[in-house]
Write a protein that binds this ligand. Structure first.
Ligand code: M6R
Length: 366
């Protein structure tokens, strides 16, 4: 059942190239220059006339929503707000008939997300679901939707659900961008081709596994860890921190890199590992100067960089490379080493990787 892997989590991490392909199969038609998604086509007017898109979700799915916020605004020029379902449902939010709500949920059973959907429907919003589990409550409760087709995710720590959610949301953003004309034909085609090539690049990113295992031996006894990223990779930093804390019980926090000087920098000393996502596209110079600030305070730096990077190598204690891709797609690659790092650290600490204490795979109570 674990397909030769020791844990479901590891199996699911390694399944990502295949899972992402399954997600875009039949939808991403790069040669024809089309994104085909019935749930969007049939409701195109609702999306195009939307005042804004509100994304609701919890946990890792909320992080996928944050990545989507950057993608939708950048490519399709539609304003997006991302909300924790639990906060949204209880704060009397302003929702109108011109709003589109996208609910993201792997299980399709998360109580708070389901309640947020019901509320938005009552107020006349159009509700679109992005779920993995076919026929789940959220899939049934939404007006339309798109499945991620990641296959069953058993490990409590979400991995392939996250990358496939981002894949679906990217396809939606591209489809809307094409319809709105907010991307040139050349840009649109460029993204389709690049997305089609992502599974092979994820495969490449997975080749760092042995290196990451070595890095893990050095940090397995840490009590804290900081994750930093900017732009598209800020949500990836949040996701990396969540992954580490939920399975290894090490306290971890994710921050936008530039926020470091507004507080977290006070935590940095020679005991503090800082995982920094510093891919070449995306505020690279600024992130490099953040790395310098960490180094001058003797922090330990684990950097995720673009293949062939030279400048970060001189500063960081460890560098893990991912292949180059266009900026909006970098989260699909930078997430991989962070998943592996949390997996190895948790394992070395003797934790139950697939079933961490106190957690359930689907949170059906609030
Ligand atoms: O099934 P959902 O996507 O709605 O679940 C949301 C969260 O409970 C889930 O992502 C949780 O945060 C994971 N354990 C994270 O790995």
């Amino acid at each position: 059942e674990k397909g030769g892997y020791d844990h479901f989590m590891l199996k699911e991490i390694y399944e990502q190239p295949r899972a992402i392909k399954d997600t875009y199969r039949g939808r991403l038609l790069a040669d024809e220059g089309i994104v085909r998604m019935a749930g969007i086509d049939q409701n195109m007017e609702r999306f195009l006339n939307a005042n804004r898109i509100i994304i609701v979700a919890c946990g890792t799915s909320w992080h996928a929503g944050l990545v989507a916020e950057y993608i939708f605004e950048d490519l399709a020029r539609i304003p997006v707000e991302v909300e924790y379902a639990s906060e949204f449902r209880y704060r009397n939010p302003v929702i109108t008939e011109n709003d589109v709500l996208i609910a993201i949920s792997q299980s399709g059973e998360t109580a708070d997300t389901l309640a947020a959907i019901k509320m938005a429907k009552e107020k006349g919003a159009f509700v679109f679901g992005v779920c993995n589990v076919v026929g789940s409550s959220i899939a049934r409760e939404t007006h339309a939707g798109a499945y991620t087709h990641a296959g069953p995710e058993i490990g409590v720590a979400s991995t392939k659900a996250f990358t496939t959610q981002i894949t679906v949301l990217t396809l939606i953003a591209l489809k809307l961008a094409k319809e709105k004309g907010s991307l040139s034909e050349a840009e649109f085609h460029g993204y389709l081709t690049e997305l089609e090539g992502i599974p092979a690049k994820v495969e490449k990113a997975l080749e760092s596994n042995a290196l990451i295992e070595t890095i893990a031996t050095e940090y397995k006894d840490s009590t804290n860890c900081l994750y930093l990223g900017r732009g598209y990779n800020f949500p990836v930093a949040l996701e990396g921190a969540l992954k580490l804390k939920e399975i290894s019980y090490i306290h971890a926090e994710g921050y936008p890199a530039a926020e470091m000087k507004h507080g977290p920098i006070a935590l940095i000393d020679e005991e503090m590992p800082v995982v920094v996502i510093a891919t070449r596209k995306g505020h690279y110079e600024k992130v490099v100067s953040n790395i310098q600030e960490i180094k001058s305070r003797s922090g330990r730096i684990i950097a995720v960089v673009t293949e062939g990077d030279e400048s970060v190598k001189e500063l960081a204690d460890h560098v893990v490379e991912v292949p180059e891709t266009s900026e909006p797609l970098t989260p699909l690659l930078t997430t991989i080493p962070l998943q592996l790092l949390s997996y190895h650290i948790a394992l070395m600490r003797g934790c139950n990787v697939d079933q961490p204490r106190n957690l359930a795979k689907s949170v059906t109570v609030e």
